[in-house]
Ligand binder design. Sequence first.
Ligand code: PLP
Length: 392
Amino acid sequence: MSISRRAATELIHAAEMDLSEVVPLTPPIYETSTFVFENAKQVVAFNAGRSAKYLYSRYGNPTVVGVERQLAALDGAEKALLFSSGMAATATTLVAHLKAGDEVVCASAIYGGTLHLLNDLLVRFGIVTRFASLDELAGPEGLIGERTRVVWFESPTNPTLRCVDVGRVAAACRARGVLAIVDNTFASPMNQRPLSLGVHLTMQSATKYLNGHSDVTGGTIAGSSALLEPIETARRLLGTVIDPHPAYALGRGLKTLPIRIARHNANAQAVAEFLAADRRVSQVYYPGLRSHPEHALAAAQMSGFGGMVCFDLGGDYSRAERLYDRLQIIKRAASLGGVESLISMPVLTSQWGHSDEQLREAGVTHGMLRLSVGLEDPQDLVEDLDRALQEA
Ligand SMILES: *Cc1c(COP(=O)(O)O)cnc(C)c1O
C-alpha cells in the first residue's frame, strides 16, 4: 500500500503513471536525464551488460537511440552515433582513434572547423596533421606514411564542389591498415554512400541536410560496431552526446530526407543550368554539369549531384557583393542543407582572411558565391537570381 504524501511530495511524484498501455505512433521525447530501476538486481544486470534498460542519458537515451537506428539504415551501416554537433562528432572520433605521435592526412579542401581542430587543438596533444591537395588525393597511395593512422577528406568539397575518388582513397587506406573517414555532409547518404565505396567511417553534420529545417545542431558518425565502440566510450567521457529534444526533431526531419534530397537535386540542377547559360556569370561549379572537372567521377560514385551550387562573377568582388545584397528570396546566411535557399560569399566565410596565394590554391575568387539551393519553386529562385544579376 502506498504511503500518504504531503503537497511538496505530490507535486514531484503525482504525474508518475503506468505507461504500459500507452502506445504512441511516434517515439516520445524521453526528456529525462536518468532512468529508474526496480531493485538492486536490475542494476547489477545492467552493469554486467545483461540488460536492455537505460541508466543515464549521457550514456544512452531511447529517443537518441531511435534516431541512431534511422541513421545507420540510411548509411547502410552496422551502427551510427549521434552528437551535439558535427564538430562534436569529428572531435570525438579523432580523439577516440588517435594518440600522441600519430599522423592524420587531411584534405586541404576541408571544413574550417576540422582544419582548426587539427591545426590548433589536437596538435597540442601530439597529433600531427599533413594536408593533402586534391591532386595528391587523386594518387593517394603515396600519401600514407609510417605514422599515418587516419585519412580524412570530403567529396564534394567546399565551395567549388570538386570530387575526390572515394573508392580509390579507401582502397589505398585499406591496403595500409589506415582508417579512411569521409565527411559526407555536402552529399548526404541519399546521393553518396561512402561505406559502400569502402571507407571505414562516414561523418556528417546533421545540422545540414539530415535535419533539413535549419533548426537543429547535431552530428553523426556511422560504420562498424567495432570501430564505433571506442568512439562511444569517448562520447560518454567527453559528454558530446546530443540531447533528446533536438534528436527528436532530427528524427522527424529524417523521415522526409529522400523526397527532400530529390527536390534539392532537381532544383540545384535547374539553377546551375540557368546560371551556366547566362553570360553575366563567368563560371558555374556543379557536379551535375558536363563542364565540371569531375562530372564523370561524380556520376559514377554519386546517385545524385546534391543541392550546392557555386558560381563566379569574373572574380569581381563588387559585382558579387551587389548580387548578394539584392537577392530577395535567397537569404544571406552561413550553413546549408535546409528548406530555405541560402547564399554565402566564400571570401567572407570559409576563406575569410586568406591570402591571394591561398585563394588560388583553393580555387576561390573574390567574385564567387555559394548557393545552398532550397525547396522553393525553382522558377522563383531563377527569377530572384535573374533580377539580382541585372543589377550586379
Ligand atoms: C557544418 C559542417 C560541419 C560542422 O558541423 P556542425 O554541426 O556545425 O558542428 C562539418 N563539415 C561540413 C562539411 C559542414 O558543412
